[in-house]
Design a protein around this ligand. Structure first.
Ligand code: SF4
Length: 357
């Protein structure tokens, strides 16, 4: 590649070309451009969100996911409220001001009330100082509204892939895993007033670089505020594992994941981009590399240790890593001048622009 083709707005051809670069020199050119854009358009911070994996009970059966409903080998858990609040208290003492609460998808009233109560108690405990992101799947508009009223202000709901055929191939055909419903839920979250995040898996069997380019255009078209995306990592207890021979190599999945982060930073300059945990499965330095590609959010796992091994969405997920060790390691490898920031919520600038009209 002679030089980076950066006529804005980037179109499908240019994005595909950027995602297709292969030589180390060209890849570094793309990553370096993303770092510059990040510095110019947001700041030189990495914002921290403590991740609590609240429950692995899920009504869905996604063909790629280790905690899918039909995986009988999983010990199911739902962390009791008191234990979650203890975890939050501890996190506050460590300086956290922002949390992500993630769970398998449930739409029953017991679950909805459980989340509702938890949000209110966390906000009371923190004197309304805690930034809370939820990631609890597709819900109806009333539930999204209720949780927002109780103290959640960001919501992550991954589309996983925007190729409809591929989406169908990685989900069961049972009428409850529909692409259009996922898109409607994302729209509903925006209308409810959340900062909205989505994301995709990179390197799914049969996925092409052009599919990935279209994923980035989808993020831009629906104007998301945050993106969390990472490599697809197979799990042997899932139906999609049977397609493991069609996968890109680990090196290629890592390379494409980093390019996706970098090109997204060029496409959507001031959104929040998380460094996905799955990157660390492909390389010990996976998440550190994400910050050299334009990512700006780190989500250390602060789930109580005894539950972590039961939230294995993919094979090889690092479950034993202590949050402070992770932060020290990442901190030591950040681009020059970049600092870890616990103290602010680190809301997406794109969101501020979006709501101010
Ligand atoms: S990906 Fe999410 S919704 Fe699908 S089975 Fe796993 S936890 Fe449930």
């Amino acid at each position: 590649m002679d030089e980076l083709p950066l006529r804005h707005p980037l179109d499908l051809y240019q994005i595909t070309r950027l995602l297709s670069v292969e030589s180390p020199h060209e890849i570094e050119q793309v990553l370096a451009r993303a770092r510059t854009v990040k510095k110019e358009c947001i700041d030189n911070k990495v914002y921290i969100r403590g991740l609590i994996e609240l429950s692995n009970i899920c009504r869905k059966n996604c063909l790629y996911c280790g905690v899918r409903r039909d995986n009988r080998g999983v010990r199911r858990y739902d962390i009791p409220e008191a234990e979650v609040l203890e975890t939050v208290q501890h996190a506050m003492e460590e300086g956290y001001t922002s949390l992500v609460i993630q769970s398998g998808e449930r739409t029953d009233q017991v679950f909805i009330q459980h989340i509702d109560r938890l949000l209110r108690k966390i906000q009371a405990l923190s004197n309304h100082g805690m930034g809370i992101t939820l990631s609890c799947g597709e819900q109806n508009p009333e539930t999204y509204r209720r949780w927002a009223d109780s103290g959640a202000h960001r919501y992550l709901l991954r589309i996983e892939t925007t190729n409809r055929d591929l989406f169908r191939r990685i989900h069961p055909c049972d009428g409850s895993h529909l692409y259009d419903n996922r898109v409607k839920a994302l729209q509903c979250l925006k209308e409810t007033g959340y900062q909205v995040g989505t994301g995709v898996m990179i390197g799914l069997p049969g996925q092409t670089v052009e599919d990935l380019a279209k994923d980035l255009l989808f993020f831009r078209d629906i104007n998301v505020d945050m993106v969390g995306m990472g490599p697809y990592i197979e799990h042997e207890m899932t139906p999609l594992h049977s397609e493991k021979d069609r996968l890109w190599s680990m090196e290629k999945r890592l390379e494409k994941s980093l390019l996706m982060i970098a090109v997204l930073r060029l496409v959507m300059k001031d959104i929040n981009i998380a460094a996905a945990t799955a990157l660390d499965v492909l390389s010990h330095e996976g998440r550190t590399m994400a910050f050299h590609a334009g990512a700006n959010v780190l989500m250390p796992n602060i789930t109580p240790a005894q539950y972590r091994e039961d939230y294995l969405i993919y094979k090889g997920k690092p479950v034993l890593q202590e949050a402070h060790d992770l932060i020290s390691r990442i901190s030591a490898g950040l681009p020059a001048g970049t600092q870890i920031d616990f103290t602010r919520w680190g809301d997406s600038k794109n969101y501020a622009r979006r709501i101010s009209g």
